[in-house]
Ligand binder design. Structure first.
Ligand SMILES: Nc1ncnc2c1ncn2[C@@H]1O[C@H](COP(=O)(O)OP(=O)(O)OP(=O)(O)O)[C@@H](O)[C@H]1O
Length: 745
């Protein structure tokens, strides 16, 4: 064994050596570029900026792969060896030293089995700490080579030792990557083809989030040309969750993915207000598509009476008939309201100019006719009459009018009952809620922008782009940096003066950006309206949708994928299931599952990868005064046991909302203030100890969870209890007074 470690140490040293060389080289190039200073022509300057950004990105990428740069080795049946790591490395002669985990040549590392060895005789997991090899673990796939005294083993899980060590490690408050130990069923999903909608259903802890993130990194690698320009969007349930996972993609060498929540989908709108669950559910229904369409139509009105206007001694009549026919023509090319309005106004001004000319009683040359039209356009009465017929309006105004003016909502939403409409009423200047966002998005889609200027700008931009691309190609040819960057990427850098904008930044700022691929996590929570908004952003329908319909907590969310997705994707989605739970110890997971089954949740089959002694500790505490002190005592003890000197170890106390303040105060009184951290949000990921509601805990994980009064949690929602019970990696401590929920043994 010592000998094997020494062999691997030499390889690992060589790989880190090469990594250091590349870092030094790139830094030197960056220094050269910077040394040239801010002189030269604008063209020169933007070229330098472009290279500087490029080198900075590359340095960041090379820095990000420091931890566990290499983690695997394949011994092949032709006696060759292949090392697998976070990125591909070649030596100065272009000989492959390290294979990127996403490359086809690395696939056997995750997929080969004794039954299908795929040319692999041995798979080795190389475990490192810093730059030192601490252990190796072999699996021999060619059974002929397996001898009695070999320490190689065969089991259902690949790299079992490395996997179990990873699963048992103390949590840090941030999700880590799983590249070294991706399992076969996960790998099949990660590498599944780009096209179409892929749904990944799996119980808690089956690695859905991990798989979704690794799939994003894989797709960016395998389809770089396609996705680099259009970008990849990752949608998560909350900002806290996005912070929880934000280290994973960079550690896989990818920094260009746009991450967002549905509430942030509309640039410029901060939807942070909360509202009743029942109101949010109502706003999530698909019917808002037609309600908004009707609300927009309501802003296109044929007046009952003609309007008489006097312009420079001429009597003009704005006739209902003319308005009706100009409207019909303007609608013919199906442009959004604000854009179609431009044709409507032009048409009406033409008709009025005709009346004007007739009253002049003589022919008018074309340029004079233009002047007449401008004169009419600037006449106040005409402007008012035409606006009343066809009102330019912003999405914000349209939607806030629906909430604050009951007659507008009644006209647009006759299918809602008076009680339902009453639920929606609020002040005109009330802040936006997350459920408003897809409705605003719908409105923006149907209204469009008054965009003459924007269109001219777009035309100019297309021309500029073509010349920038041509120039970027020239630059790449003359500098020979072709391998590192495409002309498109370089042109993007030239395109902006001032701070350079990446695809991700431009995409995030643009409501109508369409992405090459969209990944949705905790997708079961999305309402029908949220799906409409998201799908607008991927016309190709290239999606990865992960979630668990048994963990649904939003009233607007899904209980079945078919019910949620068939209306928006018809039958064009494929389902994959993950069935092994990697997070929660078996005893805890089994209990959670039994409770979920008893509550009729649509739970997936689940096998647990490991068990841990004393993972489920249930304590009955009677009397409410004793309850808070029992929580503090238990938590205090756990904080001392679980958190370590290096900052790992995380504990969550999970209870229904109504209890959170009292629990927080009790813990502070018990002297746990330092462990609770100072973050403004309840889900402060950096604190060793947090007090959360089940919904805030969604998607996160902790070493130990203290669950307070499960009967109260299940009263609110069975999905909430299933989420709360399945957060710990080591132990679930339950404190209860009321009887435990049905199904609990
Ligand atoms: N192949 C693997 N190797 C190592 N760790 C893994 C592997 N698969 C999953 N895990 C770990 O299991 C835990 C659960 O993964 P993840 O959060 O992705 O599950 P999930 O299915 O999204 O859970 P939930 O539905 O509860 O949010 C994480 O700590 C993850 O790192």
């Amino acid at each position: 064994m010592d000998n094997e470690l020494a062999v691997e140490q030499r390889v690992v040293d060589q790989l880190y050596g090469r990594l250091d060389d590349l870092r030094a080289q790139t830094r030197a190039r960056l220094a050269d570029v910077r040394r040239e200073g801010p002189s030269g022509s604008p063209q020169n300057r933007s070229e330098r900026d472009a290279f500087a950004t490029l080198y900075e990105d590359r340095i960041a990428q090379l820095e990000a792969v420091e931890e566990r740069l290499v983690f695997g080795r394949l011994d092949l049946d032709d006696d060759s060896r292949r090392y697998i790591g976070r990125l591909g490395l070649t030596d100065t002669e272009q000989t492959q030293l390290l294979t990127d985990w996403r490359a086809p040549a690395a696939q056997a590392f995750y997929r080969a089995t004794a039954a299908h060895p795929d040319g692999v005789v041995r798979r080795r997991h190389v475990v490192t700490r810093g730059r030192s090899v601490t252990s190796v673990e072999d699996e021999v796939l060619d059974l002929d080579l397996l001898t009695g005294d070999s320490d190689a083993r065969l089991s259902g899980l690949s790299g079992e030792g490395a996997l179990l060590a990873g699963l048992a490690a103390g949590r840090t408050g941030r999700m880590g990557d799983i590249v070294a130990t991706i399992q076969g069923e996960q790998d099949a999903i990660i590498r599944s083809e780009l096209g179409g909608a892929l749904v990944v259903q799996g119980g808690p802890g089956t690695g859905k989030t991990a798989v979704a993130l690794h799939r994003a990194a894989f797709l960016l690698y395998a389809h770089r040309r396609l996705l680099e320009r259009s970008g990849v969007l990752l949608v998560g349930p909350s900002r806290t969750f996005l912070r929880y996972i934000d280290q994973v993609l960079p550690s896989l060498g990818e920094t260009g993915v746009v991450t967002t929540t549905v509430a942030e989908l509309y640039p410029g709108i901060q939807a942070t207000a909360t509202e009743d669950e029942a109101v949010a559910e109502l706003k999530g229904r698909a019917l808002w598509g037609s309600v908004i369409a009707r609300a927009v139509r309501d802003r296109e009105r044929i007046p009952a009476q003609p309007v008489h206007v006097r312009v420079e001694g001429h009597d003009l009549v704005i006739r209902p008939n003319d308005i009706a026919s100009a409207m019909a023509r303007a609608r013919r090319n199906h442009k959004p309201h604000n854009q179609a309005r431009v044709s409507f106004v032009r048409d009406m001004l033409g008709r009025l100019a005709e009346q004007y000319v007739q009253q002049l009683g003589q022919e008018v040359p074309a340029d004079e006719r233009g002047e007449i039209i401008e004169e009419l356009r600037s006449t106040r009465e005409i402007r008012i009459a035409l606006n009343l017929a066809w009102m330019p309006i912003t999405p914000q105004k349209l939607v806030s009018d629906l909430w604050s003016k009951p007659h507008r909502l009644a006209s647009a939403a006759p299918q809602l009952s008076p009680q339902q409409r009453a639920m929606l009423v609020r002040e005109a200047d009330a802040p936006w809620t997350p459920a408003d966002v897809p409705i605003l998005d719908e409105a923006a889609e149907l209204l469009g922008e008054d965009d003459q200027a924007a269109r001219a700008e777009a035309r100019a931009a297309t021309e500029r782009r073509a010349s920038e691309l041509a120039y970027a190609r020239q630059v790449l040819e003359s500098t020979g940096s072709g391998g590192m960057v495409s002309a498109e990427m370089l042109a993007d850098r030239f395109a902006t003066t001032g701070p350079t904008l990446t695809t991700a930044e431009r995409a995030a700022a643009d409501r109508s950006w369409t992405y090459g691929h969209v990944v949705v996590d905790e997708a079961q929570e999305l309402s029908a309206m949220a799906w409409r908004s998201l799908l607008r952003r991927v016309p190709t329908r290239s999606l990865t949708i992960v979630g668990d319909v048994a963990q649904t907590t939003a009233t607007a969310g899904a209980r079945s994928w078919a019910a949620q997705l068939d209306p928006v994707l018809r039958s064009s989605w494929r389902l994959n299931e993950l069935t092994v739970n990697y997070r929660t110890p078996a005893e805890v997971a089994d209990t959670a599952r039994r409770v979920a089954v008893a509550a009729n949740l649509p739970v997936s089959p689940l096998t647990s990868a490991r068990d841990v002694d004393d993972s489920l500790v249930v304590t009955r505490v009677t009397g409410s005064s004793a309850f808070l002190s029992a929580i503090s005592e238990r938590t205090e003890k756990l904080v001392a046991e679980v958190t370590d000197a290096e900052g790992a170890g995380r504990i969550a106390v999970i209870a229904v909302n109504a209890r959170l303040d009292a629990i927080g105060a009790a813990l502070r009184d018990a002297g746990l203030r330092p462990a609770l951290g100072t973050g403004s949000s309840a889900a402060d990921l950096d604190a060793p100890l947090v007090v959360l509601s089940p919904r805030e805990a969604k998607g996160l994980e902790f070493d130990v969870v203290v669950l307070v009064e499960p009967a109260e949690v299940i009263d609110a929602s069975a999905g909430d209890l299933y989420v709360a019970m399945t957060r710990p990696t080591r132990a679930l401590h339950v404190l209860h007074d009321r009887p435990l929920p049905r199904g609990w043994v």
